[in-house]
Design a protein around this ligand. Structure first.
Ligand SMILES: *[C@@H]1O[C@H](CO)[C@@H](O)[C@H](O)[C@H]1NC(C)=O
Ligand SMILES: *[C@@H]1O[C@H](CO)[C@@H](O)[C@H](O)[C@H]1NC(C)=O
Ligand SMILES: *[C@@H]1O[C@H](CO)[C@@H](O)[C@H](O)[C@H]1NC(C)=O
Ligand SMILES: *[C@@H]1O[C@H](CO)[C@@H](O)[C@H](O)[C@H]1NC(C)=O
Ligand SMILES: *[C@@H]1O[C@H](CO)[C@@H](O)[C@H](O)[C@H]1NC(C)=O
Length: 268
């Protein structure tokens, strides 16, 4: 009986030992129980951080979305205003264009009327202020005609005319021909090209002025012949002879104010 108890006791001790040994063996292979607690904390913190980040992302996304929406609305509004402005501007430009066309027409009409009125005033008073030609000159069509006092060679006449922004008398068309005939000019140089031969006299017509002038350098005029007017005819004489001079310049525009400000009482 007692042997059995001892045996059982030993057996028990053995098994306790074994158990302990097994436990310690197990413990050696496993993570210690104290660090396992802090690990849980870390995981928890990480999860919390993740959640926070998610929430932050959500808030940011929401903010971004609303900002984007308002920006889109704003840009659409701006686009609309821009288009309206463009429409307004093009309308304004068209109105301006039409207005300036009307103003252009009106001022052209005013200019025409002033010129006609000035021609009437000029008929009555040859030195009227409105005359678009230098003092002492005759106004015919769009040209001014004026005589230079004294006699000159053809070349000096030409130079003297050009000094006054004019040229020697030319007859470019029938209308000017009539005017020149009415002037009854005798022994006046004409703006014809000098010739090498002394051509016969010919009837004064506008066609003889059609020939082109000389090209290149001026020829030696001392041996050449220049045309001059004798009533209804053109004659040719040595260019170095001296004759009368009539110059022809371009009339400027009639100044509207010169007509309006200076109308005689009876014509108002
Ligand atoms: C465009 O013109 C209209 C009237 O012509 C005006 O009411 C509107 O304000 C203008 N728009 C802009 C953007 O100026
Ligand atoms: C401007 O003139 C054009 C023709 O030249 C015409 O078609 C248009 O209707 C005019 N616009 C205005 C606003 O008067
Ligand atoms: C301007 O005048 C021309 C002819 O001179 C005419 O054809 C045109 O219609 C006029 N325009 C306006 C806007 O009055
Ligand atoms: C004739 O010529 C003169 C002077 O160059 C000019 O003023 C006038 O307009 C012309 N007339 C015609 C109908 O061509
Ligand atoms: C000469 O005439 C031209 C046009 O024919 C003009 O532009 C210029 O102003 C005139 N010069 C003088 C001094 O009259």
């Amino acid at each position: 009986m007692s042997e059995e108890i001892v045996y059982a006791h030993l057996k028990l001790r053995d098994s306790v030992k074994k158990e302990n040994m097994q436990k310690s063996e197990k413990h050696r292979g496993e993570v210690p129980s104290a660090p396992s607690c802090s690990q849980h904390k870390t995981v928890l913190i990480l999860i919390l951080l993740c959640l926070l980040m998610l929430v932050g992302l959500g808030v940011l996304g929401g903010l971004f979305h609303t900002t984007l929406e308002t920006e889109i609305i704003k840009s659409n509004e701006l686009q609309g205003i821009k288009e309206e402005l463009q429409r307004n501007i093009s309308l304004q430009l068209m109105l301006n264009h039409n207005s300036s066309k009307i103003i252009g027409n009106l001022s052209a009409m005013l200019q025409k009327t002033a010129t006609q009125l000035c021609r009437e005033l000029y008929k009555k008073e040859p030195e009227h202020k409105c005359k678009p030609c230098p003092k002492g000159s005759k106004w015919y069509k769009d040209s001014c005609y004026f005589k230079l006092g004294g006699l000159r060679t053809w070349q000096k006449s030409e130079i003297q005319c050009s000094v006054q922004n004019a040229s020697l008398l030319k007859i470019k068309n029938k209308s000017v021909l009539e005017f020149v005939k009415s002037e009854r000019l005798n022994n006046y140089w004409l703006g014809l090209s000098p010739r090498k031969d002394q051509a016969k006299s010919e009837k004064l017509t506008e066609t003889i002025f059609l020939s082109a002038g000389f090209e290149g350098s001026m020829p030696d005029l001392s041996k050449m012949y220049c045309g001059h007017i004798q009533g209804m005819y053109v004659y040719y004489s040595p260019c170095i002879w001296e004759k009368n001079v009539m110059c022809e310049g371009t009339a400027s525009n009639v100044q509207v104010e010169s007509v309006l400000n200076d109308l005689p009482e009876e014509s108002l």
